[in-house]
Write a protein that binds this ligand. Structure first.
Ligand SMILES: *[C@@H]1O[C@H](CO)[C@@H](O)[C@H](O)[C@H]1NC(C)=O
Ligand SMILES: *[C@@H]1O[C@H](CO)[C@@H](O)[C@H](O)[C@H]1NC(C)=O
Ligand SMILES: *[C@@H]1O[C@H](CO)[C@@H](O)[C@H](O)[C@H]1NC(C)=O
Ligand SMILES: *[C@@H]1O[C@H](CO)[C@@H](O)[C@H](O)[C@H]1NC(C)=O
Ligand SMILES: *[C@@H]1O[C@H](CO)[C@@H](O)[C@H](O)[C@H]1NC(C)=O
Length: 434
């Protein structure tokens, strides 16, 4: 080989290395940019590492800082560079070798075992979801007797021991025993136990409970579905559900309003300008807490007993007024953490759970609401949920200007979209599509 040939050879291999490096960088950027779309693991992610901290103080949130280039924003307190650093070391050997905190095995993280409630069916509906599910592909996953709501009966030292290993909305790991019991002990009326506490009064000869579950999706803009929605026995809504001025498209009634202390504050902050003033206030409205953190237990207790909150983000000298001055204890309900964990494990087991973001992942508030309806109503019609053509619509029906759907690392909206399609195809829900 002459000199020239050698030079050419070196130049060539340099170029190969450079090209490979660029391709690798593009792959990494592509992966983080399009994360929720990707249903396979990248080669550097290690599934079995225990990235999970038993005592996390970060509640799962519905609204993070929008995930500009990296949907992987761990918490509002985490800076972008920290996040990127964490992401880049996610699969490194160092992490793999890190000692596994006690009690954080794959099994105790998932915890696919739940309490059983023998709440008798509230109706004798011949054509109910619970009956129809047996003839579908969901029959194995669907547990008819999983508790949907938690109340007085569920609080005990044994149950606390079982559920404290799951943080956030999936257990009682984020709430101390005293705070928990202070709240559960007041949830002791039949209205706190039953989703449809006024059904007997309301039934009027009907044998099936028909529910409209209304998400906030932009597909509802111009839908003219308001009257159809209001004709159902119960109307479910969540978070920034603005009604004023949108009645023709979304209806005007709200029977079940689902939220968490955190999403409520975020909704007031984010959608105040489009007319969201707080939870709907009507005689028929019930408030169903999705407890992410001890803040939810504290807020429920204070609101139901009309006492001020002494510390935390909701603290105030006067009792919380989100739910009206005269709200009664009978109007409050709270989802059972077993129910949230059950739907995460069996209906929305996202690949995010294989990453270091698994501690902040939970089904979205809308998903919890829709699956709760599926487990309690006889017939479910869903409106304003993600559909395959979501990019044609704005994020919310009440947006002033078109804005695309934002994907956050703490939810898996693509997986939810896919689940709604499956449930619709199998006749378990009727999903509004255009
Ligand atoms: C049962 O209810 C579903 C959903 O509402 C409906 O599509 C179906 O036609 C009903 N079947 C019968 C036999 O009434
Ligand atoms: C809750 O209700 C049950 C049954 O009505 C009753 O036995 C129990 O004493 C009540 N507990 C509290 C704390 O009020
Ligand atoms: C009860 O049903 C009857 C007959 O379908 C109807 O005329 C009446 O308006 C209903 N009442 C209520 C309170 O919905
Ligand atoms: C709340 O109750 C008080 C006292 O009974 C009454 O004066 C007030 O009108 C009620 N407020 C609402 C919004 O119902
Ligand atoms: C809602 O629908 C109207 C009529 O089709 C349209 O002009 C408007 O831009 C839509 N709003 C958003 C936020 O997309």
């Amino acid at each position: 080989m002459n000199d020239k040939g050698l030079k050419l050879g070196m130049g060539f291999s340099k170029r190969v290395v450079l090209t490979l490096a660029v391709l690798l960088c593009l792959y990494i950027i592509f992966y983080f940019f399009c994360y929720p779309n990707i249903k396979y693991k990248p080669w550097w992610s290690v599934s079995k590492i225990a990235l999970f901290k038993a005592e996390t103080s970060t509640p799962a949130r519905d609204r993070f800082t929008p995930a500009a280039r990296t949907p992987a924003v761990a918490s509002p307190g985490t800076t972008r560079s920290q996040t990127l650093h964490k992401a880049s070391t996610a699969g490194s050997r160092k992490t793999t070798k890190a000692p596994r905190p006690r009690g954080t095995t794959e099994f105790s993280y998932i915890g696919d075992r739940y309490a059983t409630d023998d709440v008798p069916s509230q109706t004798s509906c011949a054509n109910s979801t619970r009956k129809r599910v047996k003839g579908t592909t969901f029959k194995e996953r669907f547990l008819e007797h999983v508790p949907v709501l938690q109340w007085h009966k569920h609080g005990s030292p044994e149950e606390y021991k079982r559920l404290r290993q799951y943080p956030g909305a999936h257990g009682w790991g984020s709430v101390d025993y005293e705070t928990l019991m202070n709240t559960l002990s007041i949830l002791n009326t039949s209205a706190n136990r039953l989703m449809f506490d006024d059904w007997e009064r309301r039934a009027n000869g009907s044998s099936c409970i028909r529910c409209a579950v209304v998400g906030n999706g932009g597909i509802l803009n111009g839908s003219k579905k308001g009257r159809e929605i209001d004709r159902h026995d119960y109307v479910f809504r969540t978070n920034g559900a603005v009604i004023n001025g949108f009645e023709e498209d979304v209806g005007s009634r709200t029977t079940m309003y689902t939220f968490s202390a955190n999403t409520l504050r975020n909704s007031i902050a984010s959608y105040g300008a489009v007319g969201y003033k707080g939870p709907p206030l009507s005689e028929e409205t019930r408030y169903v807490f999705l407890p992410d953190h001890d803040r939810d237990y504290i807020l429920l207790k204070a609101a139901a007993t009309h006492t001020p909150i002494k510390k935390g983000p909701e603290s105030s000298k006067i009792p919380p007024r989100y739910f009206g001055d005269n709200v009664t204890l009978e109007k409050f309900k709270m989802y059972h953490p077993d129910f949230i964990r059950y739907i995460r494990n069996r209906f929305l087991r996202s690949n995010i759970m294989k990453t270091e973001y698994r501690n902040i992942y939970r089904p979205s508030t809308g998903a919890v609401m829709l699956l709760a309806a599926l487990h309690t109503c006889d017939q479910v019609s869903a409106y304003g949920f993600m559909t395959p053509d979501y990019s044609k619509y704005s994020d919310h029906y009440y947006d002033k200007r078109h804005r695309g759907v934002t994907f956050y690392a703490n939810h898996d909206l693509h997986l939810e979209l896919y689940l709604w399609q499956q449930l619709h195809k199998e006749g378990l829900i009727r999903l509004y599509m255009r």
